[in-house]
Design a protein around this ligand. Structure first.
Ligand SMILES: NC(=O)c1ccc[n+]([C@@H]2O[C@H](COP(=O)([O-])OP(=O)(O)OC[C@H]3O[C@@H](n4cnc5c(N)ncnc54)[C@H](OP(=O)(O)O)[C@@H]3O)[C@@H](O)[C@H]2O)c1
Length: 215
């Protein structure tokens, strides 16, 4: 698949880009600044022995079949507003956790109850929003030798899109779990501050994860 990562110059986007490129996908990292994206893409390509492309966010969205949004919650609405037309007819993977610094270890529901529900409201029914990867630390993703010991919950209202994203999660080397409709993103996003609390409480430098049992 042709995957575009908006904000792919950041912590979470870099590990995702490398892992998907290694799995055989055509990956582009996006930035507000095309030069920064090209520089990041060249470095990632060199480090991981793969070819990753770079461009400004609008350009990489236009070229992609599937787009992953990887910007901080504070930039979520404005970034989507600028990409609404380019995202029409595509699947958007939203990994945003609506943290409210400095209290990042406490659940904070945004006005629309979840970032993914807000994304769907901004983009309209013409874009299939799928929410996932809220519980996978960027430290784990960036370490290619590391087997990531956690499950990945995936939710979205469009069932074929949800299933396609589950396939992409598998391609990252992770186990996807179907977590139902997009409304369930409220719970998925809200769990991350709890994991951040657990990381501190139990001194987990690389980040805790979740595992679903009994299935
Ligand atoms: N880090 C994790 O472990 C983790 C885990 C699960 C989910 N997430 C979620 O993944 C998303 C990205 O996290 P991250 O840690 O990768 O974030 P990050 O490194 O802080 O930022 C990612 C990218 O977002 C862009 N960006 C920053 N501020 C922006 C703004 N005001 N407007 C537009 N773009 C902006 C930047 O790209 P340019 O400057 O190049 O445009 C930056 O490289 C967040 O929503 C987070 O909740 C993160």
């Amino acid at each position: 698949m042709r995957i575009g990562i908006v904000g792919g110059t950041g912590r979470e986007g870099r590990g995702l880009a490398i892992r998907w490129a290694r799995a055989g996908h055509t990956v582009s990292v996006g930035s507000r600044d095309a030069a920064r994206a090209k520089e990041a893409a060249a470095l990632l390509s060199q480090d991981a022995g793969v070819t990753i492309h770079g461009g400004d966010n609008a350009a990489i969205v236009s070229d992609a079949e599937v787009v992953l949004l990887s910007v901080p919650y504070g930039a979520h609405e404005a970034t989507l507003q600028g990409l609404t037309t380019a995202l029409a007819g595509k699947t958007l993977i939203d990994i945003t956790v609506p943290l409210a610094p400095p209290k990042v270890r406490e659940v904070s529901l945004p006005p629309g109850k979840s970032a993914a529900l807000e994304a769907q409201a901004i983009l309209g029914a013409g874009t299939r929003v799928v929410a996932t990867l809220h519980h996978v630390s960027s430290v784990h993703l960036a370490d290619l030798a590391h087997v990531v010991d956690c499950d990945v919950l995936v939710c979205g209202d469009d069932v074929p899109a949800r299933e396609a994203v589950m396939g992409l999660v598998k391609d990252l080397g992770l186990r996807p779990i179907d977590a139902g409709p997009l409304k369930n993103a409220i719970a998925l996003e809200a769990l991350t501050p709890v994991l951040l609390y657990i990381n501190k409480k139990y001194a987990s430098p690389q980040g805790s994860g979740i595992r679903i049992t009994g299935i």
